[in-house]
Ligand binder design. Structure first.
Ligand code: DX5
Ligand code: ZN
Length: 213
């Protein structure tokens, strides 16, 4: 299991040192939540802050766009060369076109599903993406409770990946902790995002380790 700490729960007054600390503690990716105050009822960071975060990080960025007007934001974050750039299927009218555009710009495209969005919506997309991010909370805030229905979605997605011979990875985001990591791993998750669980612990190394099964 790969672990992507979400800096949404980091200390923004000491962002660079918190980022360096989770990198040293074993993070595989750094998860960046971009919120626009429209798609979700919260606002986070723009490209200048993300660039500063990128400078402090020794691991690749995993940028999660929770925004309206997705292509506008894609153009804003592509120059930062993240490993993954993901956007919500609920918001984009032409996801395949945008996926192709992201890939042509040298970044791995990923698609995100809100808790209510069925796996069947991925049937004609699955072979084109490198990552599917399944939300296990309603997006917008850190520290919310894990929605266990995601486990069934992970199993269904794993089946779809196998039957279509897709090579995409499965990531889960929201309420992940040391108690549900085993179930997520058993269901077939490749990457977990964790914000409050890691940043509210006083031992980043131990909390990251407890997710790496
Ligand atoms: C929620 C964000 C998450 C958030 C997770 O909208 O997408 O990445 O930071 O935080 P926790 O792990 O605290 O649920
Ligand atoms: Zn996220």
């Amino acid at each position: 299991m790969y672990v992507a700490p979400s800096i949404l729960s980091a200390d923004f007054g000491n962002l660079a040192s918190d980022i360096k600390a989770v990198c040293v503690a074993g993070a595989d990716l750094l998860h960046i939540d971009v919120m626009d105050g429209h798609f979700v009822p919260n606002l986070t960071m723009g490209p200048m802050i993300v660039q500063a975060a990128s400078k402090a990080s020794s691991v690749p960025l995993d940028i999660h766009l929770m925004v309206e007007n997705v292509s506008f934001f894609v153009d804003m974050y592509l120059p930062l060369k993240p490993k993954f750039l993901t956007f919500h299927i609920e918001e984009e009218r032409h996801p395949l076109r945008l996926i192709d555009y992201i890939r042509k710009n040298g970044v791995s495209p990923g698609i995100v599903l809100n808790p209510h969005t069925p796996i069947s919506s991925l049937k004609h997309i699955i072979k084109e993406v490198d990552l599917v991010l399944l939300m296990s909370v309603n997006p917008g805030f850190g520290g919310q409770a894990f929605m266990p229905d995601v486990l069934e979605k992970v199993r269904e997605l794993r089946e779809l990946i196998e039957t279509t011979k897709s090579v995409c990875m499965i990531e889960v985001d929201g309420g992940v902790n040391g108690l549900n990591a085993r179930d997520l791993d058993d269901a077939g998750v490749d990457i977990v995002v964790a914000g409050s669980y890691i940043f509210s612990s006083n031992d980043y190394e131990a909390s990251i380790k407890s997710l790496k099964l």
